[in-house]
Design a protein around this ligand. Structure first.
Ligand SMILES: Nc1ncnc2c1ncn2[C@@H]1O[C@H](COP(=O)(O)OP(=O)(O)OP(=O)(O)O)[C@@H](O)[C@H]1O
Ligand SMILES: [Mg+2]
Length: 293
């Protein structure tokens, strides 16, 4: 199943969308709140039921002990998001200053996400927060770049407004470079459109030159519940946000499956040496010294 990372330029709806996608998934699901600026689900949807003794920060210490300790700590720090525990949350940082400690934990954590998706058949969603740049590249500690590298899909969350598109524009190139050099490739980058503002999906895609892989409606009541918690809205399961999130999750899965197949059958890049041999054979065939009959 896919690992999907969500990022934004600024407050476009990453956390709300990640929650909606996780809660609407029909499969066992893990949502990892890895925003280096700090998590908001603990004090929002979960209304402070989860103490500071739980969550992402504690994995940094475990990673220093070793891979087994990290895997055990990861499992021990998950919090159920629903009654039957099929959907689980790794709560985020309680203090942005904790992000520095996680710099060396991201790569090992990204391996765990892959195991959950590939071997445990889980849907994995990562709230990777707002992207911070450093000299045109992703910031090495203030962005969990290794999580993006290992993701099947990296979704830049945008709204159909000038403000949102203006800020998102500056992230497209750094993300492209990052995914081309270290990640699963340029095709992994897509947009998740929150349908507010004057621009439709095709205009947003055209404007940023990135495909819209899924869209979610502007649904203030559902979003406020996911952001702040409190009483669940009436007919919650049938709310526009959850219903569209179900469709979006299916679309994302289909895109990820297609990309995985493409990667499987993509020709291996020829080594320089092999390319040289190929070139000489072609030269001979063109009449430059092949066998004569
Ligand atoms: N689909 C939606 N419909 C209506 N409002 C939404 C939607 N998604 C998010 N919002 C609202 O937009 C605001 C920002 O959402 P959210 O916190 O999810 O964004 P974020 O990208 O995680 O922000 P940050 O970068 O600050 O972490 C919240 O008030 C939330 O309720
Ligand atoms: Mg957020």
């Amino acid at each position: 199943m896919p690992v999907t990372a969500l990022v934004s330029a600024k407050s476009a709806g990453v956390t709300t969308s990640a929650l909606a996608l996780a809660l609407s998934s029909g499969r066992p699901t893990t949502l990892a709140e890895c925003d280096p600026a700090g998590g908001t689900i603990r004090s929002g949807l979960l209304q402070n039921q989860v103490g500071a003794g739980y969550g992402l920060y504690h994995l940094a210490q475990a990673e220093r002990v070793g891979p087994d300790a990290l895997a055990n700590a990861f499992a021990a720090h998950l919090w159920p998001l629903d009654g039957d525990g099929h959907r689980q949350l790794l709560p985020g940082l309680t203090d942005p200053a904790q992000a520095a400690a996680l710099g060396r934990t991201w790569p090992a954590l990204s391996q765990i996400m892959r195991v959950l998706a590939d071997q445990a058949g889980q849907d994995v969603f990562i709230d990777a927060g707002r992207l911070a740049l450093d000299a045109g590249r992703l910031h090495p500690t203030l962005t969990p770049a290794p999580l993006l590298h290992q993701a099947d899909l990296v979704l830049l969350v945008v709204r159909g407004t000038d403000q949102s598109l203006t800020l998102a524009r500056y992230l497209v190139e750094p993300l492209r470079i990052e995914l081309a050099e270290h990640g699963s490739g340029l095709d992994a980058l897509g947009l998740l459109l929150i349908e507010s503002g004057p621009y439709r999906a095709h205009q947003v895609a055209e404007s940023l030159k990135v495909p819209v892989m899924a869209a979610l409606p502007f649904d203030a009541e559902s979003a406020t519940y996911l952001t702040q918690g409190g009483p669940q809205p009436r007919r919650w399961a049938r709310s526009p946000l959850l219903q569209h999130a179900r469709t979006a999750a299916r679309q994302l899965e289909a895109v990820a499956a297609r990309l995985q197949t493409q990667r499987q059958y993509a020709p291996e890049p020829a080594s320089t040496q092999l390319a040289g041999v190929l070139e000489r054979l072609n030269h001979q065939r063109r009449g430059g010294g092949g066998p004569r009959g």
